[in-house]
Design a protein around this ligand. Sequence first.
Ligand code: NDP
Ligand code: MG
Length: 388
Amino acid sequence: MKNIAVFGSTGSIGRNTLEVVRNLNKNGFPVTIKYLTANSNWQLLAEQIEEFLPSAAVIFNYESFKALKNRSFKHKCEIFCGTEGIKEIAKRNDFEAVVNALVGFSGLIPTIEAIKNGKDIALANKESLVVAGELIYQMLGSSNSNMLPVDSEHSAILQCLIGEPMKEIKKLFLTASGGPFRELPVNEMANVSVADALKHPNWKMGNKITIDSATLMNKGFEIIEAKWLFNIEAENIDVLIHPQSIIHSMVEFSDGSVKAQLGVPDMKLPIQYALTHPQRIGSDFPRIDFKQLKNLDFGVPDLEKFECLKLAYDVIKSGGSYPIVMNGANEAAVNLFLNGKIRFTDIPSLIKSAIDKHENHSELSLDGIIEIDSWSKRFVNDTALAAA
Ligand code: NDP
Ligand code: MG
């Protein structure tokens, strides 16, 4: 029996995780959900509580907390509000693993709390590793927690590495669909609408990662994520544009052999693998139909057009506190874009201004990371407001 908490259960990864849990319970791999969390969607959280009977739930938004508190449930379910609630449940000893499906910087403290309390982590929240990879790996080194990737590329790499000696890894290839603007001429990028940017060709995801995929910032984040998860230098991680999103990533070994993991673009498989690793459990999730599959194409990303990926490469090279600034500035800029306040091409410009303004340093405590994140977001919001 596996007992888990799902942080961010009302989001895209959260809802897919619950679907996976339903499948595992049908297929002889019992999973019990002990805790669920959401930001403001208390109605969906209430439905999930009714179905999965957790012992407690956490909701961040205070109005939603009050609404959820007023709702009666057939079983006893404690309701907590905010980060204090996460800290409270992380301490409990009736569960072993957390699926961190929170979005953005909000996932960091829950990741840290899970590690402090010796919980295993199935990590979807890549931003945790972008801003605090070093701190997280220091903490993992002296704790009983294990971290497994949910992100499809990193799940693919994990699957390719089974039975392989780490010292023989030559290169990782992270694949990227190229997003909705893969073929758009560079001079049309400034005028794309929010609706255009949210039309991802292959994946159905939350809004923030969908925009990160349209700018290719997501791939920059994933290089940092892979570097920490697999302890590989970033210069040995290549990005390949692969529009079909069938090969989820590849590993090249010292003898020139390359292993790839394939599947349809559906997050249920990598989520399930993170929960059952090293076992595989049957499912009726969608499968590749090789008779329909005409081509698998590959190309290199255009760094002139996708400036966010170019910025990410520069930030990865410099290291230190720059990734925190890049992440915070990106989160604020994506929010402004989604709210119709800035153009798509303002996203990289604002991130670059924040990076240029910041003095890089490498002594990074959790408080220091939180401070830099807040500063970056404030800087981007103030700069955009001044320009409006
Ligand atoms: P969503 O926006 O769909 O869901 C986010 C979840 O976190 C929701 O439950 C939301 O609650 C909650 N939440 C949002 N903001 C806060 C906050 N400030 N404090 C507490 N809870 C909050 O995101 P996704 O599921 O798309 O992505 C989650 C993570 O997984 C991201 O890091 C993303 O990069 C990564 N990922 C996602 C993939 C995907 O297919 N979606 C693929 C690979 C990685 P509420 O519903 O109440 O707003
Ligand atoms: Mg991914």
